[in-house]
Design a protein around this ligand. Sequence first.
Ligand SMILES: [Zn+2]
Length: 197
Amino acid sequence: MYEGAIQELIDELGRLPGIGPKGAQRIAFYVLSADATDVGRLATALQKVKEQVRFCATCFNVAEAEQCRICRDPRRVDDVLCVVEEPKDVVAIERTGEFRGRYHVLGGAINPLDGIGPDNLRIRELMARLSGGDVKEIILATDPNTEGEATATYLALLMKPMGLNVTRLASGLPVGGDLEYADEITLGRAFAGRRSI
Ligand SMILES: [Zn+2]
């Protein structure tokens, strides 16, 4: 449609999640008209995220060191572990201020239609962490949708023989939704009202 660099940018933007062809075009022309310094900052931020950000060796949250900020924090308690699907869920739960334990990020949820089974998630790493014996309670905070429920059920069965207190967030969360879209108060209440399963 357009020639050269502007079309290349539209094509690249169009491959990003949540951006359709019209959105890609709008952003591309915004970049074209924007201040060169602002565009430079954006380009640097894109490059830096690939160079500097990696996954925490312990919990698989995003990190800029071997371990993430939460795993390095000595004030957090080691006996409660909250299992989530994605790093963005850690952010959502941290915002509630209800949780002082540690996290484990699975990297997704069980979804047979997309070919994602337990082996594609960081479940082996989770079980290895639990074998240490420090953790007494596991909070399964996967998304309140079909895949999240299937993942929570699978994990609960796996953990039952280990004698852990396995809890699931209380209802009240929008069913079928994403944890990250729940407001802080709803998510905070769901956290406080978690039940053993
Ligand atoms: Zn970590």
